[in-house]
Design a protein around this ligand. Structure first.
Ligand code: SF4
Length: 296
């Protein structure tokens, strides 16, 4: 495929970002170029983007990989879509879902895992198994990679610094934490907060897929590369398909950066907010309004 200069540059910048050479891709985007301004807090950021929110229709109109929005410049949008399409095909069938359990429930899944699961080596350093929290009928599910230190102690996902930022993100979307469901690919903390390894993901992720089957959300928002790569069955870097829509078992799936990444790279918050806006548009959500101080 022959790329234009602009397209080639974008592809190389995305590739460099995948290699961890960024975040200059984000840093090079000035507000004057129409890029969103990264903010320190997701609670304040909605106002900057509210005009872009347009409710979308139902999931019956969702395509496997969504077309770029009307407002995207055609060259960049087509390049991004083309790159994502050529790199990733969402799984057409899932063997794990084919073995669906009749009358499955979150309680049954919890019982199946047990309190002292030793199916993979992650059990060795575990304090508490972190199953997941939130509305069992949620329209929106957030999926991270695995529990960290605070989550391991408390037995609840996303309760540390990254968790607080996720809560801000959720609230910026006009929701409360209890309105969504939050879980991880693996349910026990990987040592030293490393990424879950292949065998651990293969052993534990069937429980995640059962959870998704029971909750049956409209939108799945994966946080970070691990959960996106697990569900989409790809090894491609997240920056190549972040913000694109995929069909996943009747739900829409969108990948965005992990809140822990945002703590290290606040400049990427604007990109994540754009992704969350897409989710909001699909679910018909309104951004949280900024509180205006009383004049008297
Ligand atoms: Fe069991 Fe999952 Fe924990 Fe591994 S990560 S020990 S499979 S619950």
């Amino acid at each position: 495929m022959i790329h234009s200069k602009g397209t080639s540059l974008e592809v190389w910048l995305r590739y460099a970002n995948d290699l961890g050479l960024g975040p200059y891709y984000h840093d090079r985007c000035s507000p004057q170029e129409g890029r969103p301004v990264a903010t320190e807090s997701f609670v304040e950021s909605p106002a900057a983007f509210q005009p872009a929110i347009q409710p979308e229709n139902t999931r019956t109109q969702v395509k496997p990989i969504a077309m770029p929005s009307k407002n995207q410049s055609t060259a960049a949008a087509v390049a991004a879509k083309s790159a994502a399409q050529s790199l990733i095909q969402a799984p057409a069938a899932t063997s794990l879902f084919e073995e669906r359990i009749a009358n499955d429930s979150l309680q049954l899944i919890q019982e199946a895992i047990g309190h002292n699961c030793t199916r993979c080596k992650l059990h060795k350093g575990r304090t508490k198994l972190v199953f997941g929290v939130g509305d069992p009928k949620a329209d929106l599910v957030f999926i991270g990679e695995g529990p960290g230190h605070d989550e391991d102690i408390q037995g609840e996902p996303f309760v540390g610094r990254a968790g607080k930022l996720l809560t801000q993100m959720i609230e910026a979307m006009g929701l409360k934490r209890q309105d969504v469901y939050i879980c991880n690919v693996v349910k026990c903390r990987p040592p030293e907060n490393r990424l879950p390894e292949k065998d651990e993901i293969a052993t534990c992720s069937p429980f995640l897929l059962r959870q998704l089957g029971v909750i049956n959300p409209k939108v799945i928002c994966t946080l970070g590369a691990c959960s996106a790569q697990t569900l989409l069955q790809t090894t491609q870097g997240i920056s190549r398909f972040r913000g694109e829509w995929f069909d996943f078992r009747g739900a829409k799936l969108i990948a965005t950066y992990h809140p822990a990444y945002l703590l290290r790279n606040p400049a990427a918050k604007g990109e994540v907010w754009k992704d969350l806006q897409k989710v909001m548009a699909h679910l018909g959500l309104q951004a949280k309004k900024r509180q205006v101080a009383a004049s008297s």
